[in-house]
Design a protein around this ligand. Sequence first.
Ligand code: MLT
Length: 268
Amino acid sequence: MTCLRQVSANGHEFNCYDSGEGPTLLFVHGFPLDHTQWSAQFDELSRVARVIAPDLRGFGVNAAVEGTLQMSDFADDLAALLDALDISTPITLCGLSMGGYIAWQFWDRYRERLNGLILCDTRAKNDTEAVARGRLQLAERVIRDGFQTAGEDMLKKLLAPENQTELPHVAAQLLTVMTTTHRTTIAAALRGMAERPDMTERLGEINLPVLVICGSEDVITPAEEMRQVAAALPRATYVEVPHAGHLSPLENPGIVNGEIRAFLGSLS
Ligand code: MLT
């Protein structure tokens, strides 16, 4: 049975995983990936929740976009997607990395639609000037040369060193997704991430249950930084996932799925 459907929302078409019944758990993927980043969550968590995992605007098999994709644009898309799916009760949003940047914006604009947040391997801080400049340069390079070389470099940082060799099928699948993502979409998301707001001073306002998850070997958004984010959130629980890098839900699903299930249980 396929759980993929096409959904029209906010003037765009979205390829979207939708399976299960119960409270809604909305998964928001990282950069430059698609809904398959959550494939290790689907079977187990759709037994206890309605799991929704779209390809974000421009990503996966969705139509390419150009220009700049602000994190708030994605948040608006997600709210419209929930409307299109007739979901009006509060949801739990789980975002990884860029998905976490989007989660902050969803909270900022639609907090009444949330009963909880799960933030995986992400950060609250915005880019330094040097990092933002690097993203804009990479955007130009990707338009010109594609994402093959950048994708191979990024892959080395996405998975923990042992998982590069122990999970070869996962590494191969990630590289395929990254290198088949539309170049203009990659550039648009890079520009949007470079402009995203700093959320560090606002963490104290997020008065929701939050589960903060980080791979112990994450070199992109290190555990120490995520620990500080959790400490600044009024109602957060922090979980560090062993044998995992930046993609902890994919690298160590046993731990992550158990934590998400327990978190969902605590909300009901
Ligand atoms: C991601 O995994 O979404 C990216 O590493 C986010 C970023 O480049 O800041």
